[in-house]
Design a protein around this ligand. Structure first.
Ligand code: SAM
Length: 199
């Protein structure tokens, strides 16, 4: 068989193996991610987020579902922040660990972010899925310190009013980026039964 056929077979097998690994690792964690699969933010969108949210050096940025850690790396490079990413997908976690290897003040945790407390975060970044946004807004309401910034790519946080909505100019990347401030939100509506049964 000619050499080019061998090269073609090896490349096709490698590509197939990679795709298969992606499908298996994504499928394995689907009950936890609930549709927020491993898709990375583009450079343009991360730049738009960083332009809109300047961070003093030393602040703590948390990426809920950090993929390959690109948001953490770019934020760290631009603002000298401390950056922590949570990632449950084994393939994404491995890529994040490799790409962030040796970076000072960048941490990658293979952990379900629903099980972590966010009270120390100055900025929380997420690019998730509509099915989890309601639960996430409750968690952020309960745990964030006043003044903390929340950045959500593509999907709004129910019940929260954005301080700003950014749309990067490029037509390919112009889905909204919602920016919120914790503590500036309206209090939740009273429970239906509140005040009905005096005590
Ligand atoms: C759309 S990707 C975004 C990746 C990265 N933040 C970015 O913008 O490039 C969402 C990621 O969140 C992860 N994820 C979803 N739910 C999670 C959870 N409960 N705990 C940890 N990671 C989660 C997924 O595995 C996926 O890699």
């Amino acid at each position: 068989m000619p050499l080019w056929v061998w090269i073609f077979i090896v490349l096709a097998a490698a590509l197939f193996g990679l795709k298969l690994t992606y499908v298996v690792s994504t499928g394995l964690v689907l009950p936890i991610t609930q549709g927020a699969v491993y898709v990375s933010s583009s450079r343009v969108r991360i730049a738009a987020f960083l332009d809109a949210v300047p961070m003093p050096a030393g602040q703590l940025l948390i990426d809920l579902g950090c993929g390959d850690g690109r948001v953490l790396r770019q934020a760290r490079a631009r603002y000298d922040v401390r950056a922590v990413g949570y990632e449950i997908n084994p393939l994404a976690y491995l890529q994040a660990r490799l790409r962030c290897w040796g970076l000072k003040d960048v941490g990658i945790r293979r952990q379900n972010f629903w099980r972590t407390r966010l009270s120390e975060a100055d900025v929380v970044f997420c690019y998730l899925y509509p099915d989890v946004m309601g639960r996430l807004s409750d968690k952020l309401n309960a745990e964030l310190k006043p003044g903390a910034v929340v950045v959500s790519c593509n999907f709004a946080l129910p019940g929260w009013t954005p301080a700003k909505v950014v749309r990067p100019g490029s037509s390919l990347h112009n889905d909204p980026i919602f920016i919120y401030k914790a503590g500036a939100q309206a209090p939740p509506p009273p429970k239906l039964t509140e005040g009905l049964f005096g005590r």
